[in-house]
Design a protein around this ligand. Structure first.
Ligand code: BTN
Length: 280
């Protein structure tokens, strides 16, 4: 396992070793993570490994987990710092066969699954559109969805999920330390990593099945219950420009509607919401 010795406050000799056997034991899913589970001690990025496996034909529900990543990726070209032993770094191969336009909806579906899993630990997670998971306004996890598709359908999608489970404050990058947290830090006690992973997979399977059944409306309703930006002034960084306005609502396809101060409504398909405060 990882070389870092965890500080006493979060190292409670938890059953911590990520192995296919440990993950499958007590796993309550029907198919997700039940067949192929690939555990790395260290890997460049679980999304990269998953992409390789998917191209080789790996089945839907294949799970790739790592104890540490050397080049974990986040959205918009950012890196995802992945210290050994304390976080969860996983990728799930899915083959929804739907139109590529549905990909952002898949990210929102994963957000609901992660938030639901966190809720089961007794905490109150928040979702920040489109892919951030927060607790008390600090980032605790993120989702990176990547896919291979043609004009008509997704061949496969990789759901990459990173969660700071028992990550210590000094393991978080200095640049984000005041903006980030971990489940353990927020709860004030360690969270068993494998147990949390099993809960997460169970939630993911259920919400993904809703997604495949076309029940995105229900997913969106739940997403809005966890939402932390609607009704607030947000600053959205887009590829070419920056937009400030009030985050009004999510459309039925999951795009964010932001009204600027001139009253114009902007439909945001992909962007980075970096700042928000209550509407004046
Ligand atoms: C973000 O918040 O920008 C998304 C972060 C996603 C990180 C996870 S960790 C597992 C998977 N492998 C990666 O390289 N990235 C995702």
């Amino acid at each position: 396992m990882g070389s870092k010795i965890m500080s006493p406050c979060l190292d409670q000799r938890l059953p911590n070793r990520l192995s296919p056997h440990a993950i499958k034991e007590h796993l309550r899913t029907r198919w997700l993570g039940q067949q192929a589970v690939c555990c790395f001690d260290v890997v460049e990025s679980t999304n990269t490994a998953a992409n390789r496996l998917a191209r080789e034909g790996a089945a839907e529900g294949t799970l790739i987990v790592a104890n540490a990543q050397t080049s974990g990726r986040g959205r918009l070209g950012r890196s995802w710092v992945s210290p050994p032993g304390s976080g969860l770094y996983l990728s799930i191969i899915l083959r929804p066969g739907c139109h590529p336009d549905w990909l952002p909806r898949l990210t929102l579906t994963a957000g609901v699954a992660v938030a639901s899993a966190i809720q089961q630990t007794g905490m109150r997670p928040q979702l920040k559109w489109p892919n951030d998971i927060l607790i008390a306004d600090r980032k605790v996890g993120g989702i990176l969805t990547e896919a291979v598709f043609d004009k008509r359908r997704i061949d496969f999608a990789i759901l990459g999920i990173g969660i700071n489970v028992n990550t210590e404050r000094d393991e978080l990058p200095i640049s984000v330390r005041s903006l980030a947290t971990s489940l353990g830090l927020s709860l004030g006690k360690p969270v068993p990593r494998i147990h949390f992973l099993q809960t997460l997979l169970h939630q993911m399977e259920q919400w993904y099945e809703f997604f495949c059944a076309g029940a995105f409306e229900t997913i969106l309703e739940t997403w809005c219950e966890f939402d932390t930006i609607l009704g607030k002034v947000v600053e959205v960084f887009l590829p070419e420009t920056r937009l400030v306005g009030v985050a009004e609502t999510l459309e039925s396809d999951g795009t964010l509607l932001v009204r600027d101060k001139r009253g114009c409504l902007h439909s945001i398909i992909a962007g980075d919401v970096v700042h928000c405060r209550l509407e004046a």
